[in-house]
Design a protein around this ligand. Sequence first.
Ligand SMILES: Cc1cc2nc3c(=O)[nH]c(=O)nc-3n(C[C@H](O)[C@H](O)[C@H](O)COP(=O)(O)O)c2cc1C
Length: 368
Amino acid sequence: MSDNILFSPFTLKGLTLPNRIVMAPMTRSMAPEGIPGQPNAGYYRRRAEGEAGLILTEGTVVNRPASRNMPGIPFFHGEQALAGWKQVVDAVHAARGRIGPQIWHTGSTRSGEWEPDAPVESPSGLVGPGDARGMTMSEEDIADTVDAFARAAAEAKRLGFDVVELHGAHGYLIDQFFWQGTNLRTDAFGGKTISERSRFAADIVRAVRASVGPEFPLILRVSQWKQQDYAARLAETPQEMTEWLVPLVEAGVDILHCSQRRFWEPEFPDVDGNDGLNFAGWAKKLTGAATISVGSVGLADDFFGAFGGQGSGTAALDNLYTRMEREEFDLIAVGRALLSDPQWVQKIRTGRLEDLHGFQAEDLGTLF
Ligand SMILES: Cc1cc2nc3c(=O)[nH]c(=O)nc-3n(C[C@H](O)[C@H](O)[C@H](O)COP(=O)(O)O)c2cc1C
């Protein structure tokens, strides 16, 4: 596997990754009182030892009231939480890994019945189309939130993280501004077009870029789908995607992390066919930025059988190599397979396929 495209290095600004595999950000809800500790540091260290090219942490929240929707989500502010994150960075670096936090605000989303201490906030007091929840943010709230993202990013750099990722996907706060179903504002942060509704994200990107300087790699995660509606789309055409993403790259994003649920699904099949570019492919083509793809790599039917030369997934895996070889996107993120098997990357590189421990739902319950 060592001559595989997956195991060729990737360089951006001062950062060189030894391979193209990124650990996808995954919420684990196992930071007691919002403070990451040794168990969390060990969890990420094991993925670094297992040769993940870049680790993106679980979403970790900015300093706003009600910025998280579940207890156990880590804070990215306050002395204790930041000291906890320092342990995580040091543990990963000691294992020769590279890591960035995914900085987050969960907007008005709800997870289970848990209620934060303060009312939740969002662009228009909605969690989905016609579904009221929490407060509408004032312009002061917006300005303070932009600043909170910038401060968190500056802390990431100060603590020694290698990159920072902003979570602009999946129906959380930034995406609630993008989505016309949740952004009904009539001020400068709303509007009929996706570029108007991107103003909040662009302000955050500009503020973050100013706080970390020109050389620190900045990733923005975006998605068409939302946890409130898997079929929702922000961009129906390449033209709309251009209007959405180009201003964000111009504001200072280095890498677009294009979240889709299955990496092999074409983004605009009407334009370039059923074997056409996926989301990360189109984003790279339209913006010129580096991109990360993601979605169901390493899950049973699509991958394990494929490596063993059996099973139904050969096409899907060949599909990944083909897309990477034609430079459709630069990096591939792997979520559940790496959650269940810290050695996943190393096992793939060395061909130890019979040792792969496939994703099992019960693995979500522990950090190992
Ligand atoms: C348990 C779990 C938690 C997740 N938490 C986050 C998160 O905090 N931030 C995020 O952007 N995506 C999150 N995701 C989505 C993953 O990053 C990834 O996009 C998704 O799992 C698809 O990749 P996979 O098929 O390789 O697992 C989560 C996924 C899982 C399974």
